[in-house]
Design a protein around this ligand. Structure first.
Ligand SMILES: [Fe+2]
Length: 218
């Protein structure tokens, strides 16, 4: 399968114009910082995350096979943190504020579950396995398609249906959830190889991230 590259993906500025109807200003500073300050709403943070995921996927694609363990770990944690924070903060708002939001949320969550299953298969196969490159190409295609679907359907709906101050509040929660979610396999894992390369079952990563994010809400 030919993975969709970055060519053809919308730029950040194009996405913002689409979402905000802003015809002119191309300044990308507030989006690219990805910081959850009081002027950064949840849609801007999500777009910044998507651009980061694209960069990570490209970097992983260019990493030699024998150096991919750590890159795969970083990729997995980045994708899982984003997905879980979306599931806990963004999709509930989509269901609550947007007409037809339940269907949109269900579709996007099903795509994310598929990506998590694929990550688990990739982990089981190992980065040096013969089947890994094809699995990675599938993952990259699916993650990019999922991000594009969100940018085309979910983000514009949120922007038009959710009040500006609520979008800012959701942004704060999304940012905090990501910051508090674990970014490494286990606290006790050594910083040097080979111990630092142990990812553990992807499902366990998802659970650990979800527990951390849910702890933010309580
Ligand atoms: Fe997303």
């Amino acid at each position: 399968m030919q993975a969709q590259g970055l060519v053809g993906m919308k730029t950040v500025a194009e996405n913002r114009r689409h979402i905000h109807g802003d015809p002119g200003d191309d300044s990308e500073d507030d989006i690219m910082t990805g910081s959850g300050d009081m002027h950064t709403n949840v849609v801007q943070l999500l777009l910044a995350d998507h651009r980061q995921a694209e960069q990570l996927l490209e970097r992983f694609h260019d990493t030699p096979a024998d150096q991919r363990d750590e890159a795969f770990c970083e990729l997995t944690y980045t994708l899982v943190r984003h997905e879980v924070a979306e599931e806990e903060v963004v999709y509930p708002a989509l269901r609550r504020y947007v007409d037809g939001g339940d269907d949109l949320a269900d579709m996007r969550i099903a795509e994310q579950a598929k990506a998590e299953e694929l990550l688990a298969e990739m982990e089981r196969a190992g980065v040096m396995s013969a089947e890994f490159p094809a699995m990675f190409n599938t993952l990259r295609s699916e993650v990019l398609a999922h991000a594009e679907a969100e940018e085309q359907s979910v983000f514009p709906e949120l922007t038009t249906s959710v009040k500006a101050d609520e979008l800012l509040e959701l942004g704060k929660r999304f940012d905090m959830a990501k910051k508090l979610a674990p970014t490494h396999p286990h606290p006790h894992v050594p910083d040097t190889p080979p111990g630092n390369l142990v990812l553990g079952p992807v499902a366990a990563v998802v659970d650990r991230v979800r527990d951390a994010v849910r702890g933010v809400r309580t």
